[in-house]
Design a protein around this ligand. Structure first.
Ligand code: CA
Length: 218
């Protein structure tokens, strides 16, 4: 899943990014509101983590503008303020959820996962194809009754494919959403990881659409 983090405190943004990447997310960071708005408009993100107090354009302005443009990307706002007034403001202008700093990373992760579940093409709580089931909340995967251990990258790839059943997904799409934006990745890495998933979960789970990409049957 592709996340945009808009946060001007560099150390905090860096720590957040490191945590989310380790949990299998693909993360881009913008350090002011105007850059964040620009990326959110064109970056095809699955969710945005948005600080309120930002240089150039506040988090309120960013989310208000996105909603005016009918961009419904899920937004989780962060703020150092703790008055109920601020929280209501954030939700009024169109944020989906709100966290007050300081917060625990575990809580942020849980809220993000809840947001991603509510996202337009991401409704089911447990994702399934054939006898493979993936539970994003517990980060567990089973084949039949048998639990299977996946690396964060394998898990991210499987989750991305299962959220788009029946659709042909190109390697580039997969690279953009599952791999870290900053990393230099050879497109062959997608083939390698699809191979890992087939070995762990069954040969027929992921179908190769020759010359185009991959598809998981619903
Ligand atoms: Ca800030």
């Amino acid at each position: 899943m592709r996340l945009l983090v808009v946060e001007d405190e560099a150390r905090f943004a860096h720590a957040l990014r490191r945590g989310l990447v380790a949990d299998g997310f693909n993360v881009e960071v913008a350090s002011d509101g105007a850059a964040g708005l620009e990326l959110a408009r064109y970056g095809d993100f699955d969710a945005v983590v948005l600080d309120v107090m930002l240089p150039r354009l506040s988090g309120y302005d960013v989310v208000r503008t996105l909603r005016q443009e009918e961009n419904w990307v899920p937004v989780l706002m962060l703020s150092a303020k703790d008055g109920e007034h601020d929280q209501a403001d954030g939700l009024d202008v169109g944020a989906d959820d709100y966290l007050t700093k300081p917060f625990s990373y575990v809580v942020l992760l849980a809220r993000l996962r809840a947001l991603l579940r509510r996202a337009p093409d991401a409704r089911p709580t447990v994702l399934a194809a054939g006898d493979v089931r993936l539970d994003p909340a517990t980060r567990s995967v089973t084949v039949g009754e048998q639990p299977v251990t996946l690396t964060p990258r394998e898990f991210g790839l499987l989750e991305y494919l299962l959220r788009r059943p029946g659709r042909v997904i190109t390697k580039i799409e997969i690279l953009d959403h599952v791999w870290d934006a900053a990393a230099e990745v050879n497109p062959n890495a997608v083939e390698v990881y699809v191979g890992y998933l087939r070995r762990k979960l069954g040969r027929h789970l992921v179908e190769t659409v020759r010359g185009v990409g991959y598809r998981v049957e619903p």
